[in-house]
Design a protein around this ligand. Structure first.
Ligand code: 0X9
Ligand code: CA
Ligand code: ZN
Length: 268
């Protein structure tokens, strides 16, 4: 790989890698097309499991990457995770057991239009590429989810030119609508959404300082995730409620936690 974004994956490079994985690992992996972005790019999902063509009665989990265009590494993490599972299931007993006992769904690139704009035109682009009524561009996809959408203007904005513009309505953007549809069709037990940067594992709520009804469980899981990360590479990830970073509304994990009632995490 190469080009303007070096070793990181553009939309086209991500597509090539996903097609390659599908071709090389058909025994454990299937590629789905969830829909298209505003500019017509495909939003892909990988399903990784034993007997991937069957919808087996196994726990399902979902990993999301790149809601925010400039956060290039948030594509790499879920993509490398997929590759690791595909390349190691035959030889690594832990990976094999995960694929036998669960169905792992990965959407590495939620915002392909924004990503390519940040590669080709403006490095610090954050939003998607919606052409807004006032002539500005972009909706912040991590403010466009329905739960508490637009409840106030703390961390989300009704102004189209804002970096945190929440859109004309909840799920107004095709990129968030496909995530909603996937979550309705499947029955995920948990969802992890990657962003950068920090070294944080954030759990609901983001819209209020009050603890969510599941805060104790979410926190215990986040603490455990941080311990496991530390055991691998020594890095310290801090588990905390998303609101501790700052308040927002309409973000992914509040929707997943609030509407679907399952543990959901933003990993920065
Ligand atoms: O603001 C965001 O959407 C996330 N941070 S980022 O720097 N990647 O833009 C944080 C989302 C976590 N949720 C809340 N803080 N409410
Ligand atoms: Ca299976
Ligand atoms: Zn982000």
């Amino acid at each position: 790989r190469g080009g303007l974004n070096g070793a990181y994956h553009s939309y086209a490079e991500t597509e090539q890698e996903l097609l390659r994985l599908e071709r090389d690992y058909p025994a454990v992996l299937r590629l789905f097309r969830l829909g298209t972005s505003l500019e017509g790019r495909t939003i892909f999902a990988l399903k990784i499991s034993d007997r991937p063509a069957l919808d087996e009665d196994e726990p399902e989990v979902l990993f999301l990457g790149c809601h925010h265009a400039r956060e290039w590494i948030s594509v790499e993490v879920p993509l490398l995770f997929a590759r690791h599972l595909a390349e190691h299931w035959a030889t690594d007993a832990d990976v094999r057991r995960s694929l036998e006992e669960a169905e792992i769904w990965i959407v590495p690139l939620v915002n392909p239009d924004g990503l390519d704009y940040s590669i080709q035109t403006y490095r610090w682009w954050r939003k998607n590429r919606r052409y807004n009524a006032d002539g500005s561009f972009g909706v912040d996809l991590n403010r466009n989810y329905a739960y508490m959408w637009g409840a106030d203007d703390d961390g989300s904005s009704p102004a189209p030119s804002s970096e945190v513009y929440r859109g004309a309505g909840p799920f107004s953007e095709p990129e968030t609508a496909v995530v909603r549809e996937l979550c309705r069709e499947r029955s995920f037990l948990t969802v992890v959404s990657y962003h950068s940067y920090g070294q944080l594992i954030l759990y609901p709520w983001g819209w209020t300082d009050q603890p969510s009804p599941r805060a104790a469980l979410d926190r215990a899981l986040a603490v455990r995730m941080a311990e496991l990360i530390r055991a691998v590479n020594g890095r310290d990830y801090a588990p905390e409620p998303a609101s501790q970073l700052y308040l927002t509304n309409g973000d992914t994990v509040d929707y997943i936690g609030g509407t679907l009632g399952i543990p959901a995490f933003t990993v920065e």
